[in-house]
Design a protein around this ligand. Structure first.
Ligand SMILES: [Zn+2]
Ligand SMILES: [Zn+2]
Length: 160
């Protein structure tokens, strides 16, 4: 069990969340959670509230880190954490999932020069560089190639 998991167990338990719900949030078995609470004077505190905290977290109704209720703003991005501290702490202890995200690179072939290039997150990119984009788009006549009949403007805008 990591310090972070221990802290999460403590915080959720103090709010009255049941062992099973805590277990599903921190990713440990219910027995481990229960044993931890018993050995840390956390078993008597709670009134085994039957809320599925994990479901609330997924819906954005509870902080992913401490489980406190979240109020979503009327507009803009959905919040996942109640505070910057919680956000930082959660990411600090979930660096594995960050690493996994960073490998979401696409290996693409430049439409103009044929060079392979890697791009992060945007698989619609067509050119390895701005210069290739310009050549392919505007220098066709000069280079004696067929006129540009290329993709939609939306895809085109993806070069950069
Ligand atoms: Zn929080
Ligand atoms: Zn290129």
């Amino acid at each position: 069990m990591t310090n972070f998991q221990a802290k999460q167990i403590r915080e959720l338990r103090m709010r009255g969340v049941g062992y099973r719900a805590i277990a599903s949030v921190v990713g440990l078995s219910r027995d481990i959670v229960r044993n931890y609470c018993k050995t840390h004077d956390l078993d008597g505190l709670a009134t085994d509230v039957r809320i599925n905290i994990k479901e609330k977290m997924e819906k954005g109704e509870a902080c992913l880190s401490c489980g406190r209720d979240l109020k979503q703003p009327a507009t803009g991005r959905k919040r996942k954490f109640c505070s910057d501290t919680c956000r930082r702490e959660w990411w600090l202890h979930h660096s594995d999932s960050i690493k996994r995200k960073e490998t979401a690179y696409y290996e693409l072939t430049c439409t103009y020069c044929g060079k392979e290039f890697k791009v992060y997150g945007n698989k619609n990119r067509k050119y390895c560089s701005h210069s290739c984009y310009v050549h392919d788009r505007f220098w066709r006549k000069e280079e004696g190639r067929a006129p540009y009949i290329g993709p939609s403007m939306i895809k085109e805008a993806c070069y950069e």
